[in-house]
Design a protein around this ligand. Structure first.
Ligand SMILES: [Zn+2]
Length: 171
């Protein structure tokens, strides 16, 4: 097995708590490490495979097939054949678009980010609304002549004594 040749491909299965996950890779050693890192991380719990991992899980990484000079398309096809054979979407740990798992993963994280921002924005809007209402309440401290609002009576009184206001008043 020539690990350095990027044209070669592997199919593997992961047994996690006796459930099956099917994957393909150009570099099984790195791929295994990557899966293990993600198992431990909290950032991937939205993915079935990683959600099923716990500290006491038995994790086995088993090579199923090796192909020399195989295209991405062919490798993906072989992978999806295996997924169908093991029925590992319904009965195992593969997600719907398992061969797009990297893209899918990125998409899901983007959506989670969007949801967070929306929630955050809603909060900001509520605060702004509250501020506006407060401001409206305070705008009774207002000089209509100069078209100024003041936060409190003291500020309004101070304004009424300024030259700027008095000049307008005397017009
Ligand atoms: Zn004024």
């Amino acid at each position: 097995m020539d690990v350095m040749n990027q044209n070669n491909g592997w199919l593997y299965k992961i047994l996690l708590n006796d459930k099956i996950y099917i994957g393909s890779t150009r570099n099984p050693k790195e791929r295994k490490k990557c899966h293990l890192r993600r198992c431990i991380s909290n950032n991937y719990k939205h993915i079935k495979l990683y959600k099923n991992w716990t500290k006491t899980s038995k994790f086995e990484f088993i090579i199923l097939d090796y192909f020399e000079n195989i295209s991405d398309y062919e490798l993906t096809k072989k992978e999806s054949e295996r997924i169908i054979y093991y029925d590992s979407i319904k009965n195992g740990l593969n997600s719907k678009n398992s061969f797009l798992s990297e893209e899918e993963d990125l998409k899901q994280r983007r959506e989670a980010g969007k949801r967070y921002r929306e929630k955050h924005n809603k909060k900001v809007c509520q605060v702004l609304k509250k501020n506006r209402l407060e401001h409206k309440k305070n705008s009774s401290f207002r000089c209509d002549l100069c078209n100024f609002n003041f936060g409190c009576k003291r500020d309004l009184d101070r304004h009424l004594n300024t030259k700027r206001h008095q000049n307008k008043f005397s017009l």
